[in-house]
Design a binder for this molecule. Structure first.
Ligand code: GLC
Length: 666
């Protein structure tokens, strides 16, 4: 070790346990490398010039007067819709190039919180309602970041699933649900040895996470094996001495009272030198890592943009395509309506990215590919700037077009950390626009820019095609135009269920009483709930269409160990268009002694299959594929008995299945 604890005075040690400013650790006037941290999950947000109001600083969201320009990557929810670990790795590696160029040592991403509440304003920053999909993609993202010599920060540990009153509402979660739903993504991501984990604002079972020793020390460090640095969310430390005892290593951001609080606690014997040294050692180890690591910029500015386009193409989801309206043919007259087609839609808060990329409007991107003019209209109704003649002009353009493309959705500040959406629906104005357009044109394509599930019930039957775009980054219109014209075959699938209406969801977005959010649903989160209760949904978890058609056949489930199996099956592309298919493997415990979901995702594969070709896919199942977490034995447990292995194109489109009797003695 370059930095020796023994060479530090007590005061120097105490100074190291709190940030020096909003974004960096204390360097003890050059004695130690100061580590610079910056957000975020959608690209680098490096605040270079602080100009923040008190509120912003309190919120820990310092949008500042100037943030460094960086590549606006697709949000992690779009990366998750790709179901592609290579895309997740590429996303992390691309953001890391901006970090290396911007002298950022640690990227404050990925967020791996589970999408329990469909109205959560931060869902766009997270991967999925399913812990297995989240864990696999987050692990790849962390590997992508850290292979570039930049540290990752897995956040927000743990059960930070609501944004309203996020600082004080206690997530009341039982141990089994924590282990089966909210911890596995951290567990899987820790296998990539992230340099840091960020603790969340919220209490868990009544104790603030920043000093929740059971969760930080017993679970995160001892049970899950995390051996890096635990950093607080910004302003998430309520009692610093208690946090040190809980092994929270670093309080961020700077805090004028921290040193005195710690010194007084030490002098009163409330914290020991040993407890202080444990945290200081983790700060020194992080500083040493950032100093020793070899770093070089892997991707040029242009390559980063191309990577953003590539990932967006993988993560955009085709939800409806009646009469094969898409892909469009080159001769059709197209009208594009909606200002969202002329911007890079983003969620708000710390995930915001300032990009220098000059976006091509969707109509321009289409026009360039078609070699002709494509009409664009802002389609802002009932706005003081809008005149009836403009509306009439829009409608005439739509009436005389072969296809009308409508861009609708929501973005910051409605969708952001610290916020809950008020509804799953689009605004009445947007729903009116869709219905009005459908009156004048029978070929309507709706592009939805959102951070989470949207209630489309008011209009979806009136349109022929729907694409869920999400916040697909600065490459959004190159990706969309390529998909709309058939140069790219869409291959994204939903990382979360789209319920029919908010009343069908478990959480309904309503907190129990503002101080406690009781996770009464237990392990029945997302499709685990809808499928177990056989509730109808608008679009199921894992759903997405392609321009190709795929057939599944010849399932084999081969036992290769006590609880180890190899599941293999054929996928044939029976269309004349090359494409990619995401196949999913689910497991069901038929006669469990505890309540278990109807099915649980335990494997997936995304495969490129040429027209007419067949590909054999193979997925491995192991002990954890069959296990539940027993709170009696305090460990993962497999019960012998009947299971079903299912292979599906979505959680509701099971193409193949096979029963098996698990006998762990054989
Ligand atoms: C915010 C967010 C966290 C972010 C941090 C720094 O409040 O909760 O995700 O990394 O503060 O901006």
């Amino acid at each position: 070790m370059k930095y020796d604890l023994k060479e530090l005075t007590l005061d120097e040690k105490l100074l190291l346990l709190t940030g020096r400013d909003n974004w960096s650790t204390n360097g003890l006037c050059g004695k130690i490398k100061s580590v610079f941290m910056a957000d975020g999950p959608c690209g680098l947000r490096k605040v270079e010039e602080e100009n923040t109001s008190d509120d912003e600083t309190k919120l820990g969201i310092t949008l500042g007067s100037h943030t460094r320009l960086a590549t606006a990557m697709p949000a992690l929810s779009v990366v998750a819709n790709s179901w592609n670990e290579e895309a997740a790795y590429l996303d992390g590696a691309t953001i890391a190039s901006d970090c290396v160029e911007g002298a950022v040592d640690v990227l404050l991403a990925p967020g791996v919180n589970i999408k329990r509440n469909v109205l959560n304003g931060r869902n766009f920053e997270y991967f999925s309602e399913d812990p297995y999909l989240t864990g696999k993609l987050a692990r790849a993202f962390v590997e992508g970041v850290q292979d570039q010599g930049v540290g990752a920060c897995v956040k927000h540990f743990v059960a930070n699933n609501n944004e309203r009153d996020r600082y004080c509402t206690s997530s009341e979660v039982d141990d089994r649900t924590l282990h089966e739903i909210y911890l596995p993504a951290f567990e899987e991501t820790i296998k990539a040895k992230p340099w840091t984990v960020m603790c969340s604002y919220n209490p868990v079972n009544g104790v603030q996470m920043s000093h929740n020793a059971k969760m930080l020390k017993k679970v995160l460090r001892e049970e899950l094996g995390f051996d890096g640095l635990i950093v607080s969310d910004w302003e998430a430390v309520w009692d610093h001495p208690k946090a040190v005892k809980a092994t929270l290593d670093l309080r961020m951001p700077a805090n004028a009272d921290a040193f005195d609080q710690l010194k007084a606690a030490y002098e009163k014997g409330k914290i020991t030198e040993e407890e202080i040294d444990f945290c200081v050692q983790n700060v020194l180890s992080l500083a040493e890592k950032t100093e020793k690591v070899e770093r070089k910029v892997k991707y040029s500015q242009e390559q980063r943009h191309e990577n953003a386009v590539k990932i967006a193409k993988e993560g955009i989801v085709l939800l409806k395509n009646e009469e094969g309206l898409l892909p469009l043919n080159k001769n059709q007259k197209i009208a594009v309506l909606g200002t969202l087609s002329a911007k890079i839609p983003q969620g708000g808060g710390s995930a915001i990215v300032s990009t220098g990329y000059r976006l091509k409007m969707l109509s321009q991107a289409l026009g360039e590919k078609l070699g002709r003019e494509v009409y664009y209209g802002p389609a802002i109704w009932r706005d003081v700037l809008t005149t009836s003649s403009l509306i009439k002009q829009h409608m005439q353009e739509i009436y005389h077009s072969d296809v009308a493309i409508l861009c609708v959705g929501e973005q910051a500040p409605v969708v952001a950390e610290g916020c809950e959406r008020e509804t799953m629906k689009l605004t009445a104005v947007q729903e009116d626009l869709i219905l009005r357009t459908a009156k004048y044109n029978k070929n309507v394509v709706v592009l939805v820019y959102g951070g989470s599930a949207i209630d489309m019930s008011a209009w979806i039957d009136s349109v022929k095609a729907v694409i869920f775009v999400g916040y697909a980054g600065e490459g959004i219109n190159e990706a969309l135009s390529s998909i709309l014209l058939g140069e790219t075959n869409p291959s994204g699938k939903l990382n979360e269920t789209f319920p029919l209406c908010i009343e069908d969801t478990l959480t309904k977005g309503i907190l129990d009483d503002g101080m406690v959010d009781y996770y009464s649903e237990g392990v029945l989160v997302g499709y685990r709930y809808y499928d177990t209760k056989e509730k109808g949904v608008l679009f199921p978890f894992g759903y997405g269409l392609s321009y190709s058609k795929f057939e599944y056949s010849d399932l084999k489930v081969e036992k290769v160990g006590k609880t180890d199996y190899i599941v293999s099956y054929n996928i044939t592309n029976i269309s004349d268009i090359d494409g990619k298919e995401v196949s999913q493997v689910y497991v069901k415990d038929v006669f469990a002694s505890v309540l278990r979901p109807e099915k649980e995702l335990k494997g997936f594969s995304k495969d490129f299959i040429k027209a007419g070709e067949t590909k054999r896919v193979s997925i491995e199942l192991n002990f954890r594929s069959f296990a539940y977490y027993s709170v009696v034995y305090d460990e993962w447990t497999v019960e012998d008995g009947d299971f079903v292995v299912m292979v599906g194109a979505s959680s509701r489109d099971i193409r193949l299945s096979q029963k098996l009797f698990l006998n762990t003695e054989e």
